[in-house]
Ligand binder design. Structure first.
Ligand code: GDP
Ligand code: MG
Length: 435
C-alpha cells in the first residue's frame, strides 16, 4: 500500500546523519567481501577498508544518501586514487622509442605486443616495428610474424641467433635505417619466475635502454599475479603494467593488488584475442568494475547535486519538533522528482532494484499526493490540524480524489510523521543533529 511505498522510499533516501562505527560496520564488511570476490588479496582488502573507514568516520551525510551509500562513494574515490587517479603517461617518443615487453609465458606478451603496435600505428600514427626476441621457441617467431601480417607491421627476427641482446640491438639499428620510430621487443617468458629468464631480460634492458618496460600479467591469475609482479619489478624496475585477459567477468582485483604492491601504474588493459581490443587503463572504470556495485556512485552524485544541506538541516529540526507539515512534504517530493524517476532512483541501490521490480512505485502515485497537497491552502499545509470536514471535501474536489482517499492520505501522513519522529529519536538520528 501507499504507506509502505512511502516508507520504503523515505527509508532508502533519507540519511542517517553521520557515519559512525555502528552504522558502517556492515558496509565495511560488504565492501571487503566485494574486494576479495574481485580477486583483491585479503590482506590488502583489509588494509584498504580500514583506511577507508578512518577516512569516512565523521563525514557528514546528506539527507539524500545513507551512510552506506556515502561509504561506497568514498571507497570508489579511494580506489581510483590508489590506482593512480587518472590514466598515466605512455612514452613512445624517441628515435626510435624502445618498448620492452616482459612477463611469464602465456601471460599474453606476444598478443599484447601486436595489439600495442596496432594501437600506436592507428591511434598515434607512429611507424612501429615488432622484434621477436623469444629465442627458445621457434613457433614464437612465427606467431609474431602472423600477427604482424594481420596489422601490417614489420617483424624483425633472426631465427638462427640465440642471443636476445644481439637481436634487440640489431633490431634497433634496422629500425633506424627503415625510419621506424618505435620498436616493440617481445621477449621470452617462462612458466614461473626463473633466474636465467630474469637475467636475460635484464641484459636486454641494459643494452637497449628502453623508454618503457611493460610487465604483462594475466589478470585471471589472481593472487599469483602479485608475487610475479613483485619479482619482475625487483629485477627490472619496470615502468608500467599491462593487464591482459580482462575478458567477460574477470573482475580485475589484480589491478589493485599489483598497484598496491609494486606502486607502478597500470598502463593498458587488454581483452579478447582480436588485435584492436587494447585499452588505455582508466582507474575510474576499473574501480567501478572492482566494486561491481551498479550505479551507486551515480546515485550518490545525483543526490549531492540536488540536495541542499541547509534545507536538510531545517527539515531535521522540524521533524524532531514534530512540525513536519505538508509544505515540507511537498518540497521533499519536489527534491525527489528533481533526482529523476523514483523507481529508477531506487533501482540504483544494489539489491533494491530486483526487489522493487514488480512493485508499482510509479511517479503517478506521487502525482495523486501532489494533487491533494496542491489543493490545500498554504495555511492548511503548514498546519494540518486545520483540515476539518468541509476543508477535506474541498481538497477532494480540487484534486479529483474522493473523500476516502483524502482521509486515507491524511491518516498516512500522520503515521509517517510519527515514524519519522521515532527514527529521529534513535541514536543514529540524533547523531545527525550534532553539527
Ligand atoms: P605469451 O606467451 O606471453 O607471449 O602469450 P601469448 O600472447 O602467446 O598468449 C597466450 C594465449 O593467451 C594465447 O592463446 C592468446 O591468444 C591468449 N591471449 C592473449 N591475450 C589475451 C586476452 O586479452 N584475452 C584472451 N581471452 N586471450 C588472450
Ligand atoms: Mg610469446
Amino acid at each position: 500500500n501507499l504507506t509502505d511505498r512511502l516508507e520504503s522510499a523515505f527509508k532508502q533516501i533519507k540519511g542517517e546523519g553521520r557515519i559512525t562505527d555502528l552504522n558502517i560496520a556492515a558496509t565495511v564488511k560488504d565492501i571487503r567481501r566485494a574486494l576479495v570476490d574481485a580477486d583483491v588479496n585479503y590482506k590488502i582488502a583489509k588494509e584498504f577498508t580500514d583506511r577507508v573507514k578512518d577516512k569516512a568516520m565523521g563525514e557528514k551525510v546528506l539527507t539524500a544518501v545513507s551512510p552506506g551509500q556515502l561509504m561506497v562513494k568514498i571507497v570508489k574515490d579511494e580506489l581510483v586514487d590508489l590506482m593512480g587517479g587518472s590514466e598515466s603517461e605512455f612514452n613512445a617518443k624517441g628515435n626510435p622509442a624502445v618498448i620492452l615487453i616482459a612477463g611469464l609465458q602465456g601471460s599474453g606478451k606476444t598478443t599484447f605486443s601486436a595489439k600495442l603496435a596496432n594501437f600506436l600505428k592507428t591511434r598515434s600514427r607512429l611507424s612501429p616495428m615488432l622484434v621477436a626476441a623469444d629465442i627458445y621457441r621457434p613457433a614464437a617467431i612465427d606467431q609474431l610474424k602472423v600477427l604482424g601480417e594481420q596489422i601490417q607491421v614489420d617483424v624483425y627476427s633472426e631465427p638462427e641467433n640465440k642471443n636476445a641482446v644481439q637481436i634487440a640491438t640489431n633490431a634497433i639499428k634496422e629500425a633506424r635505417s627503415k625510419n621506424k620510430n618505435v620498436v616493440i621487443i617481445d621477449t621470452a617468458g617462462r612458466l614461473a619466475i626463473d633466474e636465467a629468464m630474469m637475467t636475460e631480460v635484464a641484459n636486454v634492458k641494459s643494452a637497449v635502454n628502453p623508454q618503457e618496460i611493460l610487465f604483462v600479467v594475466d589478470s585471471m591469475t589472481g593472487q599469483d599475479a602479485v608475487n610475479t609482479a613483485k619479482a619482475f619489478n625487483d629485477r627490472l624496475n619496470f615502468t608500467g603494467v599491462v593487464l591482459t585477459k580482462l575478458d567477460g567477468d574477470t573482475r580485475g582485483g589484480a589491478a589493485l593488488s599489483i598497484k598496491y604492491t609494486v606502486e607502478k601504474p597500470i598502463k593498458f588493459v587488454s581483452s579478447g584475442e582480436k588485435l584492436d581490443t587494447l585499452d588505455v587503463f582508466y582507474p575510474e572504470r576499473m574501480a567501478q568494475r572492482i566494486l561491481g556495485m551498479g550505479d551507486i556512485t551515480t546515485l550518490v552524485e545525483k543526490a549531492q547535486q540536488q540536495f541542499d544541506e541547509e534545507q536538510a538541516r531545517k527539515l531535521e529540526k522540524k521533524i524532531r519538533k514534530n512540525q513536519f507539515n505538508f509544505e515540507d512534504f511537498k518540497q521533499q517530493l519536489e527534491q525527489i522528482k528533481k533526482m529523476g524517476n523514483i523507481k529508477d532512483l531506487l533501482g540504483m541501490i544494489p539489491g533494491v532494484g530486483k526487489a522493487i521490480k514488480d512493485i508499482d512505485i510509479s511517479d503517478d502515485a506521487f502525482k495523486g499526493i501532489e494533487a491533494m497537497i496542491n489543493s490545500m491552502t498554504r495555511q492548511e499545509r503548514e498546519d494540518p490540524d486545520l483540515i476539518n470536514m468541509s476543508r477535506k471535501q474541498r481538497i477532494a474536489k480540487g484534486s479529483g480524489k474522493d473523500l476516502n482517499e483524502v482521509n486515507a492520505f491524511l491518516k498516512q501522513f500522520e503515521q509517517m510523521k510519527q515514524m519519522m519522529k521515532m527514527m529521529n529519536k534513535m541514536p543514529m538520528g540524533r547523531m545527525g543533529m550534532k553539527r
